[in-house]
Design a protein around this ligand. Sequence first.
Ligand code: ADP
Ligand code: MG
Length: 409
Amino acid sequence: MAHFTTLAELVEQGVAGKRVLVRSDLNVPLDGSTITDDGRIRASVPTIRTLAEAGARVVVTAHLGRPKGAPDPAYSLRPVAARLGELLGSEVLFAGDTVGEAAHETVHSLEDGQVVVLENVRFNAGETSKDDAERGAFADRLAGLADVFVSDGFGVVHRKQASVYDVAQRLPHALGGLVQAEVDVLRRLTVEPERPYVVVLGGSKVSDKLGVIDNLLGKADKLLVGGGMVFTFLKAQGHEVGKSLLEEDQVEVCREYLQRAVDSGVELLLPTDVVVDTAFPSGDRTPEPQVVAASEIPADALGLDIGPESARAFAGALVGARTVFWNGPMGVFEVDAFADGTRAVAQALTEVTADGGLSVVGGGDSAAAVRTLGFEESAFGHISTGGGASLEYLEGKVLPGIQVLEDDE
Ligand code: ADP
Ligand code: MG
């Protein structure tokens, strides 16, 4: 198996006085400048703290949102840096640019053990450029700020971007603690998972998750499907789905998956009842939820959650599981009237954990869902910080941001 320099090994080699560039994932949801869920910042703290305590001069680079390759105050990391300081319990400096004068000045003023957060790396067009030379030129500037690189932004390791990929080719590098923890868990889901192994998939679009379904149909014992993707499956079974989310062009693929599940002896569970309403929830309308059979969705209704009977069936299917991977909410959990299915699945996962099984929650919205629904993070075996990255790993894809960290033999 490939060898990586771990954070512990790097620290053992000595980092005191060295400038260590850490790529973290600090991409948190913001309401104005208020952070509505700081889960990713908290997940980034241990690696940063370990380095700072070892005397490194820690230079954190990260992105926020999708600015268009130029500075945009709406996506400034300044409030994130402040929150990081609170969580670390020590001052965190902030540089008003990523690789410019402000960054250079602050980085060179750092004392041992101090931390600076550089402004949003995506304010620079080179970060996400498809042009290798343009990305490389930006990576040169980023690498110029530090002596060593630590990759800890699990949510971006599936991206071939300057601060994730190219910079690792320019500096000695190590695997951050968070990335290592994520990869260790994902390995337990793919290499001889303890059985029964149950996968729960939901969320909005089936097309986002085709690769995972494809891969897991050969590995999991049970596959439970909820969320918006259900309706494309129901359509494939010949049911009408009213105004529910439907991806017509995936109906045939879903039909194939249903058949493959039968052929390979995988138990594929779809909801038998759904909670519907006549309009998608919005601020100016009180929801009027109604439970109907999944095979009898009225023409003017749209499905917004799995129904109570299905929620019980899904929870029941999780009893006794030794390994569970869950990605994608069961319904529009952001609105209380449509959160019960997601709550039931989350609850069932906590029971798997309590029984000594491994429960893993993957996906940005799923992770936010368990937190906003009031579950303790410790009630789950692992809450992944990277939706896309964990899905791509489970699809069996090579993650460029991890591959680039492998040490040469
Ligand atoms: P994750 O980020 O965990 O991978 P996704 O991004 O795939 O999850 O999906 C999350 C979104 O799916 C949520 O915002 C939720 O409101 C939406 N969703 C869930 N069920 C439905 C549904 N029946 N119809 C429309 N949207 C849904
Ligand atoms: Mg999402």
